[in-house]
Design a protein. Structure first.
Lengths: 256, 637
């Protein structure tokens, strides 16, 4: 296969970037998209040109490190698939592809297709956990969890933190990401003691970062490689509303 | 070198308890005076950082990825073992201990393995409390499945993403401590050297991968949870970034390297499709619970699988190992796949593959039943190969997956450098010569949550550590050396890319130090590796500068270390004149092709000491004593 690629090149956060055109004649349909870029990079190095920087690690679609826009779609045209798992058989000989980094104010470009997603870590650090010191846990089966809740919690917990939801959102909102963690923990009995404080702190942190507001457009769900559903946003909003009404410092028990 | 393993004596079930009592404690008010450096943020590194921060230590945690949540533990699919006996099927701490020692082909320490089996219970409790969404039964209780070579159901799982969920649990615990200020996280930062002062580990040299700045970090203890070195083979199931740099550079500073040749080949991976292939993808071993492995009986049979009648298929594992069938341990399953492919009975375009067939299971459970169990794996297989495994059998082939070798550690997980600890896959481990399925997650978390926090305290309470600051000559010296090495890589401007060297090295090792090894091949590789290394340092082409994000430069440093480590692996494989677990020397096998151990001569851990560039490393032996599980020829027939 032959492809024409237009790829965003940017030396660093402080340099301006631009699209650069590459003709790629060496594409096998069995390659992953990242392997296609590997081969292009090897050719660039042979010509003395600097290779294209892109984030990647596990290449199995689970670490969440890779991701960029292909023809305006986060992670490209295949549903439920990260770019490392996207294979070139999804494209045709002669295709022209535009490859850009995540575009979101909260994710500044570091170099070429690499962006800084540190804001996601800060959101989790603001409350996306259950406070249980090592060693203080009760016997595992003393906390029964209805299978349905465990399954729904797992659906939400499958988020890989890649940032596609933010990149796809016209508002640059982090609602799907934040809602997924809030849902995962709110659905489990272990998550109840901190249920209110968690949603209030995490939503406050999202506002601190440069994310936009959610207006229920649904682009995030469409591109999510783990197919996290919009219902996590609805649940986050419900949780937030409930917590805002009832959480008044220490005067109200957390379980109400 | 004298290896002091510090294994407690007395009845095995009381050793860890007694040892914990005998270890010194650090007064709570003094804990906040100590600074601990943890390199790596996977299951071992994240859990250790979180647990030590909870105790009050100041922790600095480093990872090369953009977030600690990316660490490769995240890719573990199948599950985590624990001797809970929830299924009432006869499991116990003793049985998990027994299975692990036997599965490791009698090359692990009994005391460590027993401790691991004991702690397995606490791990599940801890993870459940953190909100890890383990699979549940309808009554709300935890579900289990049997896994890779075990005859009891002791594996806990979260669909096919157990590693992800356990890692996110540890990551969340870690970030909770980041929020309290007890952990400072350094993402996109790579450790490039260990700082040793007066014989003790006191810090590390790092490179900020965004700015290229070389910095030094000082601490009272250094913990390496940097994973395994499977990427020395270029193609492996490891993440692309997984590397040996931290442990190798610590080795060059004096930490002995244990059993470097013990590498594990995973039997169920998607076969290689072409030269551009950048990594191999694992299909969870749990698939062997329902899939049946076969190849055609006839050599060179190119008919599509559905046209090969039942009578012309060879379900070779079921035929050779009737009691374990498709569930034999990984090393046995892998070697058998290789041997049927060597007989030219392999399948797929290159003949390097065997079928994993779900037709029977689909008849038994229906497609929805299979989708419920393995849906995400089937989808992944289809994405990668373009074939639908509900309709045609999967093709699988063994691939490098895990390294049982690593830095030698004593019972306290401390290396031969005082104050330097190694945890998880980075140490030479409790898995002996072969790791059983669902045991890696168990070991990483046991080390991080429940062993290291005690043993680090014992070290700090006994060690007399002088105050040092960054102006100390050895620290300045270490930083300068690293800066020089980085510049050297950039100045070569040769003709070959880093990847081309890596690929060649990987091929060489796979052929001669992979699934089967022999003296002639190992000697050949030992001749070739130094030549390749020499060529690398004269002809590699690394473009760009040192003071910016430069992925080729990062990779060059890692490949340079693989080019040294690989020599030690071959040397270790050559000296071990026996077959055990993942180390299969063709000269040493039983008449029916099974691994032939030599307990009389090789019942020891080989610990290698670095002697300088181009010098023969020095071998020390830690004898292994088996008081409870008596070494026998493993039989899965």
């Amino acid at each position: 296969m032959r492809l024409t690629l237009h790829i965003w090149r940017q030396k660093s956060a402080s340099h301006p970037g631009r699209m650069v055109r590459y003709e790629h004649a060496n594409v096998s349909p069995h390659m992953s998209f990242l392997e296609m870029l590997d081969v292009l990079n090897e050719e660039l190095i042979a010509k003395g040109a600097e290779p294209i920087a892109f984030d990647h690690d596990c290449r199995e679609g689970i670490c969440g490190m890779c991701g960029f826009m292909i023809n305006g779609v986060a992670h490209g045209p295949q549903r439920g698939t990260t770019v490392c798992q996207l294979h070139m058989r999804r494209f045709k000989d002669g295709d022209e592809l535009y490859v850009e980094p995540w575009r979101a104010r909260a994710f500044p470009v570091v170099k070429d297709l690499v962006v800084d997603r540190g804001a996601f870590d800060r959101i989790i650090a603001s409350g996306g956990y259950i406070s249980v010191a090592t060693g203080s846990a009760p016997e595992g089966n003393t906390i029964p969890v209805p299978k349905k809740n465990a399954d729904l919690a797992m659906d939400a917990a499958a988020c890989i933190g890649c940032g596609a939801c933010v990149a796809a959102c016209p508002n640059g909102a982090a609602a799907l990401f934040t809602g997924a963690k809030i849902s995962h923990l709110a659905l489990l009995p272990q998550g109840q003691p901190e249920r209110q404080i968690r949603v209030l702190s995490m939503v406050a942190q999202v506002k601190e970062e440069l994310f936009g507001s959610c207006t229920n457009i649904g682009e995030c769900e469409a591109v999510c490689p783990k197919e996290i559903r919009l219902e996590v946003i609805a649940r986050m909003n419900r949780e937030y509303l409930k917590a805002s009404w009832t959480a008044r410092g220490d005067s109200v028990p957390d379980s109400e | 070198m004298e290896l002091k393993a510090k294994i407690p004596t007395g009845p095995i079930e009381q050793r860890w308890d007694r040892h914990r009592f005998e270890m010194k404690l650090v007064n709570p008010a003094n804990k906040r005076k100590y600074n601990i450096i943890v390199v790596g943020s996977g299951l071992a590194g994240a859990s250790a950082s979180a647990a030590m921060a909870e105790l009050g230590y100041n922790v600095k945690c480093f990872c090369f990825q953009d977030s600690p949540r990316r660490a490769h533990s995240i890719a573990a699919q199948g599950g985590i073992n624990a001797a809970k006996n929830y299924q009432n099927d006869g499991d116990s701490i003793y049985r998990l201990f027994y299975d692990t020692v036997k599965g490791g082909d009698f090359r692990a320490r009994e005391s460590n393995v027993y401790r691991l089996a004991q702690i397995s219970l606490n791990i599940i409790d801890q993870c459940v409390a953190q909100g890890v969404p383990f699979a549940r039964e309808y009554g709300g209780m935890l579900a289990n499945r049997s896994f890779g070579g075990a005859q009891v159901s002791r594996t806990f799982y979260a669909r096919g993403q157990t590693g992800q969920q356990l890692l996110l649990g540890a990551y969340q615990a870690l970030l909770r401590e980041v929020a309290t200020g007890k952990v400072i996280m350094f993402p996109r930062t790579e450790m490039l050297d260990l700082i040793v002062i007066d014989g003790s580990a006191r810090g590390i040299v790092t490179r900020n991968l965004i700015t290229g700045k070389i910095e030094t970090q000082i601490g009272d203890a250094v913990v390496l949870g940097t994973g395994g070195y499977g990427n020395v083979f270029y193609l492996s199931t490891n993440a692309k970034g997984s590397n040996c740099t931290a442990i190798w550079r610590a080795h060059k500073r004096g930490a002995a390297f244990g059993n470097p040749c013990f590498t594990q080949i995973h039997p169920t991976c998607i076969p290689v499709s072409g030269e551009y292939q950048s990594k191999l993808t694992l299909m969870s071993e749990s698939l062997r619970n329902d899939g049946r492995i076969w190849v055609p009986r006839k050599k060179g049979d190119t008919r599509p699988p559905n046209q090969i009648p039942e009578g012309e298929r060879d379900y070779y594992l079921e035929r050779k190992y009737p009691s374990f069938g498709n569930l034999v341990p990984r090393d046995v399953a892998s070697r058998n796949a290789k041997s049927v492919c060597d007989e030219r009975r392999g399948v797929g375009e290159h003949g390097l593959g065997v079928y994993l067939d779900f037709a029977d299971a689909i008849r038994r459970l229906g497609k929805p039943g299979i989708r419920e169990r393995y849906g995400n794996l089937f989808d992944m297989y289809e994405r990668i190969t373009g074939e639908n495994p509900y309709e045609v059998p999967m093709r699988i082939y063994p691939a490098i997956h895990y390294t049982m070798g690593g830095l030698w550690v004593d019972y306290n997980l401390m290396t031969t450098i005082p104050g330097l600890f190694a945890i998880g896959e980075a140490n030479f481990s409790d898995h002996g010569a072969n790791r059983l399925g669902a045991s890696a997650l168990m070991q990483g978390l046991a080390d991080g949550y429940f062993i290291l926090p005690y043993t680090v305290g014992d070290y700090l309470a006994s060690a007399k550590l002088p105050k040092v600051d960054t102006s100390h000559p050895s620290i300045r010296n270490a930083a300068t050396c690293i800066a020089r090495q980085t510049n050297r890589l950039l100045e070569i401007r040769g003709k070959r890319t880093v990847t081309s060297f890596h690929r060649e090295l990987g091929r060489l090792l796979w052929d001669h130090c992979g699934m089967a090894r022999n003296e002639a091949g190992l000697k050949m590789a030992l001749g070739r590796v130094p030549e390749l290394r020499e060529e690398f340092w004269n002809n590699v082409n690394v473009l760009g500068g040192g003071e910016e994000l430069n992925q080729a430069l990062e990779n060059a440093g890692r490949v340079a270390d693989f080019l040294e480590l690989s020599e030690l692996m071959c040397l270790d494989a050559l000296h071990r004149n026996e077959s055990c677990g993942g180390h299969f020397r063709e000269e040493f096998q039983t008449p029916d092709g099974e691994a032939l151990r030599d307990d009389g001569h090789f019942s020891y851990v080989a610990a290698w000491e670095y002697a300088g560039t181009g010098k023969q490393p020095v071998l020390s032996r830690e004898p292994l004593n088996f008081e409870h599980v008596h070494p026998a020829q493993r039989s899965y027939k």
